[in-house]
Design a protein around this ligand. Sequence first.
Ligand code: SAM
Ligand code: SF4
Length: 323
Amino acid sequence: MLDQFGRRIEYLRISITDRCNFRCQYCMPVEGLPWLPKQDILRYEEITAIVQQLAPLGLKRLRITGGEPTIRPELSSLVRQLKAIEGIEDIALSTNGVKLPQMAADLAEAGLDRVNISADSLRPDRVARIARRDLGFDLVTAAKAAEDAGIRPVKINVVVMRGINDDEVADFARLTLEHPWHVRFIELMPVGELRELTWDHVVPSAEVLAEVQRMGTLRPDSGPARGNGPAVYHRFADAPGTIGVITPMTHTYCSTCNRVRLTADGRLRTCLFGDHEVPLRDALRRGEPLEPLFVKALAEKPKEHDLLQMRVGGLRALSEVGG
Ligand code: SAM
Ligand code: SF4
């Protein structure tokens, strides 16, 4: 699968729900969003059917995301179905981690390879304030549960927000001295219709990295195997874990972008930002071949996103597009 600019597409991010048990300040309004009607959401068998058609074209790696994927019942059964597809080498999960302690063993047994846990604070009161829900989330417990179940690598995504959690950068970085975890600091994107967080809350990655560098000597690192995503990694001498920064606002990654996205209601999106998408669900339900639609989507995949040029207030929340 090559797109119009010759990029090889082998990675699909699948959003399996638009709902969530959190209401992170940067992602969702407290009252939630107008959720998709159940009948519009792809059934697990339908997701599997789409991946079955994409795998022979070169699709190799999957990430299950949302919304919060762990709140959809029987998640392990989807992992099991996807893992059985020939050509699929790797399945990852993006989660807020709340349900990982109870689910990690089942997910690992079903074939989940890797996990990204989003965690914006190590302090319980602050987690509850940022997520606007107190569900007792504790990052270290969640990450250990994944590790104990054999899900590796464990990556931790931290959205750094000025005046909200930017005083915890060193605490997160210190985790990598003790654990083989990959802590990735993500620049806040003030997207969606949320007015609570603005450009004033954005902490540039360079600033985060400078703070980490003050803790000790950092060396560039290749990061976790199969990283090839948008993070740039570093490591403290002898540390088991690594520290990455992700700068979503720049265009640096678009030229090597190897991914497309499937929304919960079955639209194939070729770029996280903008409105380039091809609906697959109805064609699939009518039993039509999907390949012409994949070809159309790839032909339309934009060269780069235009986040900086857009009125960011008009963009959709990441939970809706499977961020
Ligand atoms: N619920 C899962 C989770 O939180 O990991 C998966 C979906 S969530 C939309 C995927 C990632 O997008 C999370 O790491 C979250 O922190 C990030 N994210 C969401 N909105 C964001 C924003 N406005 N700026 C930066 N990152 C954002
Ligand atoms: Fe839910 Fe993830 Fe969005 Fe937070 S970032 S509200 S956990 S979907």
